[in-house]
Design a protein around this ligand. Structure first.
Ligand SMILES: Nc1ncnc2c1ncn2[C@@H]1O[C@H](COP(=O)(O)OP(=O)(O)OP(=O)(O)O)[C@@H](O)[C@H]1O
Length: 626
């Protein structure tokens, strides 16, 4: 269904589909249409012009009705082209899957054979095959299918090689599944979209090739008409009676155009990366469609978010990933943003610099101010200048953000030179100094290695060095230690803490671990279903959390050295952000909730230092202490 919707949304593809459906329908019902016999000659009636009585498209050099020949010819050309495409796809895909899956010698032998076939110009190869088998439509079909097999084999082999090394295939092998079963259940479903895409984009080409062979007299034999043979026969009357060539020529043009447009649409609609964003590529910065005025900031700091709202618009659905989030961070301060997976922490962080992919992401309101400059809705050039230079990000998996083909030193140099005009040598020296600063031993030597040659902890230090490359004022760290073991995690946290003190950095630290917040953050903001439910100084929140959700989150952290202690998981799941309930989103999971919690809007209310979004808080916040 999604596939069809996406296909229809692409207007050119939809036009191609309509034309193709019409042509196919006409081809199917040709035998029952009141048409004259396409093969009956009437030499007294040669070259009748189009729109004559009894001959809508005129007649050819033997007086045969061109409309009837066109309809039957189209039927035949389509049948042969489609059949050739199906054969080429089946055999080519089978060869590609076997070569890609088994690899090694099997791959070498099969693919060198395919290479040899590809070394011949396709039309020469097709001519050689037809010459060997003899002229005729079936042989033309075999020839066209055969010359296209290498194209499918190469494409599918490439995709299969990638899939054959994926973990789920290894898991199937470890579970003792046989090769045939793995190919049918693990590999094939993953390559079918590629086969369909390859077919949809080559079918038009195969119809042309079949027409080419018939044009040369090697395909359909007289008196049988197909589009190529009609063109061939019309060749001698090209100047005197052009309608005999124009009629089949225009039909070939229409069919090939329609198939190509449809094929491109099918390719786009089947590409999973384009699905949620319809058929458009992401824009360089997140789309902003405000539904209200830019709010005035209520706090001060290096980075101040006020009532930030980010949504994902997917078809008719609206996912409210971030709802009216307000945060601020002072110079030299570390703010922790904590919440379960899916609570909107990353989307909040990415919205600040316009890094949420659009479509489907849209910032629908709020403000993000860096040092008095509004970032939401700022022109892309301005955001680009600020990205990395003023506000830098550190992500969870540095392997995904570092380029695998460049050394870490080169990547650091590039990051420096994007924002500063310095010589390569100077950039390199700065890169080495940065690596030293993040305490990488033998920084000169390590600058020359590739990311995959480093351990996870070292890579994350490189990630931090990248973030520091341009001396930013704000660092947004999105779960930078989640993938690391506890000792390395402690080292990285200590490093971030030292850098913060040395450089006066503001850090927004995203995590789902209260233990990490306790170690590093001055203040904490707890998120649930896209909203802040509690904020306050870390120690105060840890000592006496006000929101039942915060209490439950803290209770989930094991305390080492405390002897046996029961951990209380939070029952239930967070709500889907496209179907948020009224009132408190945590109410369905909260044992303190009653009917009052499930109506209206519950505001975040505080005393200047702490705030909570709950009508039955676990603890009463003391009067204003600001
Ligand atoms: N492309 C998208 N289309 C629809 N919804 C999305 C999309 N990307 C994210 N979301 C939704 O936005 C919400 C917030 O996601 P986000 O990644 O910010 O959560 P998170 O708290 O950072 O989680 P995690 O700790 O797992 O990274 C989630 O409910 C998610 O389902």
């Amino acid at each position: 269904m999604t596939f069809l919707k996406l296909l229809i949304r692409n207007r050119l593809a939809a036009a191609g589909a309509v034309v193709m459906a019409l042509v196919l329908l006409l081809a199917l019902i040709t035998p029952i249409l009141p048409l004259p016999d396409p093969d009956v000659t009437n030499t007294s009636n040669r070259f009748v012009k189009p729109f004559s009585e009894g001959h809508l498209l005129g007649t050819d050099h033997l007086g045969r009705d061109l409309l009837a020949r066109l309809m039957y010819g189209t039927r035949l050309s389509l049948a042969v082209g489609i059949a050739a495409a199906i054969f080429a796809a089946i055999f080519g895909a089978a060869i590609g899957i076997i070569a890609g899956y088994f690899g090694g010698k099997t791959d070498n032998i099969i693919m060198r054979g395919v290479d040899m076939l590809m070394a011949f110009p396709y039309i020469l190869l097709a001519l050689a095959i037809v010459a060997a088998l003899g002229p005729g439509l079936t042989n033309a079909l075999i020839a066209v299918a055969a010359v296209n097999i290498p194209f499918f084999a190469r494409n599918i082999r490439g995709v299969t090689v990638g899939i054959a090394h994926k973990e789920f295939v290894d898991a199937a092998k470890l579970a003792g599944e046989g090769h045939l079963r793995i190919i049918l259940t693990e590999i094939l479903p993953n390559v079918i979209p590629v086969i369909v895409i390859a077919m949809s984009t080559t079918i038009g080409w195969m119809i042309l090739e079949t027409a080419g062979l018939s044009f040369l007299g090697l395909g359909s034999q007289p008196p049988q008409a197909d589009l190529g043979s009609m063109l061939g026969e019309a060749r001698s009357a090209l100047i005197t009676n052009p309608h005999t060539s124009i009629v089949p020529g225009v039909m070939i043009l229409i069919i090939v155009m329609a198939i190509n447009l449809l094929g491109d649409g099918v390719r786009d609609a089947l590409d999973p990366r384009l699905r949620s964003g319809a058929l458009t590529r992401p824009r360089p910065s997140t789309a902003v469609a405000r539904t209200s005025e830019i709010p005035k900031p209520r706090e001060t700091g290096t980075m101040v978010l006020t009532d930030l709202e980010t949504q994902f618009h997917v078809g008719q659905r609206v996912y409210k990933a971030v709802s009216k989030v307000s945060l601020h961070v002072e110079p030299g301060e570390c703010l922790g943003v904590i919440g379960e997976s899916g609570s909107g922490k990353s989307v909040t962080a990415l919205s600040i610099m316009g890094l949420v992919a659009s479509p489907p992401g849209v910032i629908t309101g709020g403000s993000a101010r860096y040092d008095e400059t509004e970032l939401i809705g700022a022109p892309y050039e301005k955001l680009r200048r600020y990205r990395g230079d003023k506000v830098a990000y550190i992500f969870q998996d540095p392997l995904a953000t570092l380029h695998p083909l460049y050394t870490v030193g080169d990547q650091l140099c590039e990051a420096i030179r994007v924002h500063h005009k310095v010589s390569k040598k100077e950039a390199w020296q700065r890169a080495v100094a940065l690596l030293k600063q993040v305490r990488i031993p033998n920084a000169e030597g390590r600058a020359k290695v590739y990311p995959h040659e480093m351990s996870g902890g070292m890579r994350q230090r490189v990630g931090i060095a990248m973030a520091l490359a341009n001396d930013p004022d704000v660092i947004i760290a999105d779960e930078p230690t989640t993938a690391l073991d506890v000792t390395v995690q402690a080292q990285i946290l200590a490093l971030l803490n030292d850098l913060r003190k040395e450089r006066g950095l503001s850090i927004i630290f995203i995590t789902h671990d209260f233990g990490v917040v306790a170690q590093l953050c001055d203040r904490v903001a707890v998120m649930y279903a896209g909203r802040i439910v509690e904020t306050g100084p870390t120690q105060a929140v840890l000592d006496d959390a006000a929101h039942p959700y915060t209490r439950r989150l803290i209770a989930c952290v094991p305390e080492l050295g405390e002897g046996r202690r029961e951990l209380h998981a939070i029952p239930g799941l967070p709500p889907a952000v496209d179907k948020l309930p009224a009132g408190c989103a945590f109410a369905p999971r909260c044992d303190k909730a009653d009917a009052l919690c499930q109506v209206g809007t519950i505001e975040l209310e505080g005393n200047g230092t702490r705030a909570v979004r709950c009508i039955f808080p676990e603890t009463k916040l003391s009067e204003d202490v600001a």
